[in-house]
Design a protein around this ligand. Structure first.
Ligand SMILES: Cc1cc2nc3c(=O)[nH]c(=O)nc-3n(C[C@H](O)[C@H](O)[C@H](O)COP(=O)(O)OP(=O)(O)OC[C@H]3O[C@@H](n4cnc5c(N)ncnc54)[C@H](O)[C@@H]3O)c2cc1C
Length: 247
């Protein structure tokens, strides 16, 4: 059916779906732990941040970070930020992502980008697992995209034609979050209670940032990584995939 519409089929398998997620760390504060440690230390120092920066070695920075991370005085974490390029995710995912308000976003526009080329539709694993369901899913997406093309060919502007496009359609987004927001985002979205696609994205983002600031991110993730699950009766009851590291 897709071929008859002249468009490429959606991602073909669960493996391909998961591999279609392309998240890259575009840039971050050059020495995030140092920036945070200096900002935190300034509160109690008689000298300025530039002087503290010169005097701050790894051992001192680690002591300050330990205090921050155990006390929960997280405001200094806002001095380090991270920018991610995220491709190959669904509109269903980005709708959830942008609910995180303490972040900056730019997303590929469905007003200014007219989709004439082959779209990719993100296929949830539950749908992928059943060939009959998958066929119905593909048919629905193909019908939506066919309707979109009809509307565009009839002169309807892209900003209106896009109303028929499905949540499954692939999109691209750039996100900048500071370290404090990342910890919060990971706590909510690395949790197994989170929807599978955003959970997968959050775990990938955590893998990317952890090496840049291991002392801050070592225990980051769902709340059960640091203590009892905070989801109450909604708990999954299962073990978190990343074991705690902080002593
Ligand atoms: C498992 C799961 C299920 C969900 N289900 C639903 C659902 O069914 N329906 C739905 O609508 N949403 C749902 N959400 C989204 C959720 O309600 C939040 O909108 C989303 O997780 C963003 O969280 P946040 O507001 O804490 O983050 P951010 O917006 O990034 O804010 C970070 C923190 O800043 C502070 N903050 C930000 N803005 C304000 C403000 N205006 N006033 C005071 N403090 C502020 C808060 O402390 C907040 O926690 C779900 C989220 C998860 C993880």
């Amino acid at each position: 059916m897709l071929a008859s519409l002249g468009i490429r089929g959606p991602c073909q398998s669960d493996r391909e779906v998961r591999d279609s997620v392309d998240v890259r760390l575009l840039q971050h504060t050059p020495d995030p732990q140092l920036a945070v440690a200096v900002a935190a230390r300034l509160c109690y120092a008689p000298v300025g941040a530039a002087e503290l920066m010169e005097a701050m070695d790894d051992e001192k920075a680690e002591r300050v970070l330990r205090t921050i991370m155990t006390s929960g005085h997280f405001s200094a974490l806002e001095h380090a930020s991270y920018t991610f390029a995220i491709d190959g995710v669904s509109r269903a995912l980005t709708h959830q992502l942008v609910r995180h308000r303490v972040a900056s976003y730019n997303q590929q526009s469905q007003r200014y980008v007219a989709f004439v080329d082959e779209p990719c539709f993100i296929v949830p694993p539950s749908i992928e697992a059943d060939p009959a369901v998958r066929e119905a899913f593909d048919a629905a997406n193909a019908a939506s995209f066919g309707a979109y093309r009809c509307l565009m060919e009839s002169g309807i502007p892209a900003e209106d034609a896009r109303y028929v496009l499905p949540n499954a359609m692939e999109t691209k987004i750039v996100v900048t979050m500071n370290m404090r927001e990342l910890l919060h985002f990971f706590e909510l979205r690395c949790c197994k209670r989170a929807q599978w696609e955003i959970c997968d994205l959050a775990l990938r983002m955590l893998d990317l940032v952890e090496p840049t600031a291991p002392y801050v991110f070592m225990d980051s993730g769902a709340s059960c990584r640091r203590g009892p699950c905070r989801e109450g009766k909604m708990t999954c009851g299962g073990p978190y995939p990343r074991a705690p590291k902080r002593e």
